[in-house]
Ligand binder design. Structure first.
Ligand code: PMP
Length: 405
């Protein structure tokens, strides 16, 4: 059970009024709000500990380095990675995927090779692969999905050839909310000897993730979607791959020895961490993990599922409202359209009622093309949202619907 009143006191921003109305924040798939404990750690880092890490003998640098590496351990335990050095800090999911597409691509993609992605990927799990394919003469193969928003696994099996080099799919769709059967997807790929990258941006704050149980080769996520600051993210990669892959960026930190003739690279994970990292953001990421662990990831998931079912029921009852993404296994994301109203108009009118939803293609244009729509309105819930807020959304939609007709 989660104590919702107690949780909400941690999020001062939820007390904001918008046009004299209490803010209803339903844009959590874009970014979650940050609890006081996370904000405090970030601010305290700059007040008391700010220093560049890994290369200082002085007190502040050693202390900051220790805390930074403690965060790595916390992340390792959170996703149950075998080794600490399999956790690479990045700026976020986008950078993690670009790192793999670029570095794995350099080593393993050749003319005529194939990369499998799904039809419900975020642009950040499409474009990096397109760039790599373009560079090495490889091509994309795309797993189709049903009207409900369920991936077609038979079609997926049929996409494999002896030229398939990697599969990259999301754990949860940011637009449809579908939880994809990634364990099965990974097993199928491995039966062909093909590694799998999972985009976990939308899963990490809603589901317990165990990278060893999943047996994924790479798992990517962003701190800012799990109550941590923007600017910090994670790439988990199996040692066997990270060891082989060439560096993504060159600079400080990632080297062992540099001469003008030849540079040798640092060991994992530092080989992939060129330059000064977001130390304060990383420390705050550890606090956000503790925040989630204190609540219990299973409890968070159960509460959000309750919100999802409540909202789905209430919204489905509204005349002319269509929900996109009705897979049996979903997280707390609802994409919808009201009649023929443009999503932007719906979002603008809801904003005037203090309700923050996202409108547009949500960086998933191929999903919009699949349904033949310009975009959707998306309401996405986090652990601090309430059924009363969902009631406010439903009343708001009923109020604006005549204006949209
Ligand atoms: N993948 C998915 C499924 C996402 O929802 C997002 C963020 N909307 C991303 C990738 C990119 O994450 P970021 O912008 O934090 O790098």
């Amino acid at each position: 059970m989660v104590d919702i009143e107690k949780i909400r006191t941690q999020f001062k921003i939820l007390d904001t009024t918008v046009y004299d109305r209490p803010l209803v924040y339903f844009d959590n798939a874009a970014t979650t709000q940050k609890p006081e404990c996370v904000i405090n750690v970030l601010a305290d880092y700059y007040r008391t500990l700010n220093s560049n890490i890994h290369r200082g003998v002085h007190y502040l640098s050693s202390a900051a380095t220790e805390r930074y590496e403690e965060t790595r351990t916390a992340v390792q335990q959170f996703v149950n990675a075998s080794h600490q050095h399999e956790i690479v800090f990045t700026r976020g999911t986008t950078e993690s995927i670009n790192l793999v597409a670029s570095s794995f691509g350099k080593l393993f993609l050749h003319k005529g090779d194939e990369v499998i992605i799904s039809g419900m990927e975020h642009h950040s799990n499409i474009v990096p692969w397109q760039l790599a394919c373009e560079q090495y003469g490889a091509s994309l193969r795309v797993i189709p999905f049903s009207d409900q928003g369920v991936l077609d696994l038979e079609a997926y099996r049929a996409l494999f050839s002896d030229r398939t080099r990697i599969v990259a799919v999301n754990h949860v769709s940011n637009t449809l909310g579908t939880v994809n059967p990634i364990k099965e997807i990974i097993q199928i790929a491995h039966s062909h000897g093909v590694p799998v990258l999972i985009d976990g941006a939308q899963a990490i704050s809603h589901l317990a993730v165990d990278v060893q149980a999943l047996d994924c080769d790479f798992y990517c996520f962003s701190g800012h979607k799990m109550y941590a600051p923007m600017g910090i993210g994670v790439l988990y990669g199996k040692e066997q791959w990270l060891d082989k892959m060439p560096p993504y960026q060159g600079g400080g930190e990632m080297i062992k020895d540099v001469t003008f003739e030849r540079t040798t690279y640092n060991e994992l994970p530092f080989k992939f961490e060129a330059g000064t990292p977001s130390v304060g953001d990383a420390l705050a990421l550890k606090t956000s993990i503790e925040f989630m662990q204190d609540l219990g990831v299973e409890n968070i998931a159960a509460y959000e599922t309750e919100l999802l079912h409540y909202a789905t029921e209430q919204l489905s009852a509204i005349d002319g409202l269509r929900i996109f993404g009705t897979a049996p296994h979903k997280t707390s994301v609802i994409s919808f359209l009201i009649g023929t109203a443009h999503p932007y108009d719906t979002g603008t009118l809801l904003d005037k009622l203090g309700i923050a939803v996202r409108t547009g293609h949500h960086c998933t244009q191929p999903i919009m093309d699949r349904y033949g729509i310009p975009g959707t309105v998306r309401a996405s819930f986090a652990v601090y949202n309430t059924k009363q807020e969902i009631d406010t959304l439903v009343t708001g939609i009923q109020r604006i619907a005549p204006m949209l007709a």
